[in-house]
Design a protein around this ligand. Structure first.
Ligand code: FES
Ligand code: MG
Length: 571
């Protein structure tokens, strides 16, 4: 067995330190030969009952272990912080960087040679990848996989997407509260992540498109036996990856990120992919900017899944999944050659892929929507950028000038949005401040503010909404997000007042506040940031160190990596 394997600095020593490392592990019944120099594979698990989307990961870890043993490795599973998107307050995003720190330090501190990342729910995938990239040992992803399609009253219903729809229907008086409550059980009826093309399935899709998982990882349902087989195959593969020394930095090149941007456009992926890819690029040291997302603007929407289309992830899986999307990108010259965890080119994922339902995965010639990739907006309201997702927006609102109605805080919005005398029309622009990384803190998914009740009753279902926050990947609407700098950091968003005119042009990539420079200077002199909501602990560290959205909202001291060996012993 290889002498210079990383784990030998723990388990290959013939002194007191080696005794300690091996002996305590043997209390679990591992035989001598587990420590003979074979690759030791960490299984980094975000399983948690408080992250229901990841509740199937214990089973998948067993599948990975079978594969690792079969290939002659030694698997060791360890827990890291889990982030339950639907359960954590104020927002799971506040803790993405904390998970990344947990993952990074766990991998570095232990005597492992490679790692399988088991994640799924929105923030778990990017948090794990960011942490793993900063240590840069061989790593591969197995995702939770999506829940089975939601079913209710004989119809398919989609995670998140139909929550927003039902909630507006209740507010409009078109749905009873009893029906609303009854739909809960039908929406989430198996283990797995949201079965719309929300952030979880988006990130799993991009992981596959970047070549950080085996092919088909994104779409296989969580409870499909083939996902267990995929976990087994992944366990086998990571052992080979250690032998071949294929590291995240080999796979996560600039071309891989560009492929992810193209795939995100084609699948109608989440706006959250922007902050996650930017943060991950910062970890591996790839030059990636917000403007690079404009490279995907002309890519058509191919995947007809909610929130941009009508189907769900189960349908996407049976239609052929990500390999079909990659094939279409490749056939149209939009997929760049790049090495994957298989040690072969990403083109191999696309080879031979066949589409089994052309209404679920459309073609370049007959897409769901043309030119559907994210648009980057800039202007005096967002000097460092903002984004909008045309595939989930209302076309005519993408070119619009209207009068702002401003909510100074989330509490202001919640207290007043349903007032019958709220002075807004369908042409107004709703502005929400204080929901950026520092402001909330954690940049929550509240950018898709509800439509004011008096307008919902009139049948209005979309308006322009602008904030420094994010929105759920399952959400839809003409929602302008990630405005930077955020209001709490002194960005011009903080200076907007009700009655100001704002002009939006997705076509031109502009977002302008039509107020004179003199007036804005006067307002800036009178402006004060909100007092901080957290004054101790991790949240204070976060607020003090978090970067703005166009840098991925990572903590400033976590950018980059440290691949040096740890030489000092514990005793
Ligand atoms: Fe966990 Fe959607 S809430 S994946
Ligand atoms: Mg989310």
């Amino acid at each position: 067995m290889t002498k210079d394997r990383r784990n030998r600095a723990w388990y290959g020593k013939l002194d007191k330190d080696g005794f300690i490392h091996r002996s305590w592990m043997k209390n679990q019944g591992f035989p001598d030969h587990a420590f003979d120099g074979r690759p030791i594979i960490g299984i980094c698990n975000t399983w948690s009952e408080l992250t229901p989307c990841n509740s199937g990961l214990r089973d998948l870890a067993e599948g990975v272990k079978r594969g690792v043993w079969e290939a002659g490795g030694f698997p060791v599973e360890f827990p890291v912080m889990s982030l339950g998107e639907t359960q954590m307050k104020p927002t799971a995003m506040l803790f993405r960087n904390l998970l990344a720190m947990d993952v990074e330090e766990s991998i570095r501190a232990y005597g492992i040679d490679g790692v399988v990342l088991l994640g799924g729910c929105d923030k778990t995938t990017p948090g794990q990848l960011m942490g793993a990239a900063s240590v840069d040992l061989p790593a591969i992803v197995v995702s939770s996989g999506p829940m089975l399609n939601g079913k209710w009253q004989g119809k398919d219903i989609g995670s998140g997407t139909d929550v927003w729809k039902f909630s507006e229907a209740v507010r409009a008086g078109e749905m009873t509260l009893q029906d609303f409550m009854a739909a809960e059980s039908g929406m989430s009826r198996s283990k797995g992540v949201c079965m719309t093309m929300g952030t979880a399935s988006t990130m799993a899709s991009l992981v596959e498109a970047m070549g950080m998982s085996l092919p088909t990882n994104a779409a296989l349902p969580a409870v499909d036996a083939r996902r267990m087989a995929l976990a087994h195959l992944t366990g086998k593969r990571i052992v080979e990856m250690v032998e071949e020394d294929i590291k995240p930095s080999d796979v996560l090149t600039r071309d891989a990120f560009i492929n992810a941007i193209m795939a995100n456009a084609a699948v109608g992926g989440s706006t959250n992919a922007v902050v996650h890819l930017l943060a991950l690029a910062g970890r591996v040291g790839v030059e990636l900017s917000l403007d690079d997302f404009g490279l995907g603007s002309d890519i058509p929407l191919l995947v007809n899944c909610m929130p941009s289309g009508k189907y769900l992830m189960e349908d996407f899986c049976y239609a052929g999944g990500i390999p079909v999307v990659l094939k279409q990108l490749a056939d149209n010259g939009h997929l760049r050659s790049n090495i994957t965890v298989l040690g072969a080119d990403i083109m191999a994922y696309a080879e031979g892929a066949e589409c089994f339902n052309e209404d679920v995965i459309k073609s370049f010639d007959n897409p769901v929507k043309p030119a559907a990739g994210l648009r980057v907006l800039r202007g005096n309201l967002a000097p460092n950028g903002a984004i909008v997702k045309p595939s989930a927006a209302t076309d005519h609102l993408l070119e619009h000038e209207g009068i702002a109605h401003v909510f100074e805080t989330i509490e202001d919005m919640k207290a007043n949005i349903d007032r019958d005398d709220l002075p807004v029309t369908k042409d107004s622009i709703l502005v929400l401040k204080g929901v950026g990384p520092k402001g909330y803190p954690g940049m929550p998914e509240v950018g898709n503010m509800p439509i004011p009740r008096k307008l919902v009753r009139e049948g209005v279902r979309d308006m322009i909404r602008i904030s420094d926050g994010r929105m759920s990947g399952t959400a839809f609407g003409t929602v302008i997000l990630h405005v930077s700098p955020e209001s709490q950091a002194g960005g011009p968003l903080g200076l907007v007042q009700t009655g100001d005119r704002i002009r939006v042009s997705a076509q031109n990539g502009t977002l302008d506040l039509l107020v004179s420079a003199e007036e804005l200077t006067a307002r800036r002199e009178a402006w004060q940031p909100d007092p901080p909501h957290y004054t101790r602990g991790y949240a204070k560290l976060y607020v003090d160190s978090v970067l703005q959205a166009e840098k991925g909202a990572d903590l400033d001291f976590l950018v980059g990596k440290d691949t040096r060996p740890v030489t000092r012993e514990s005793h």
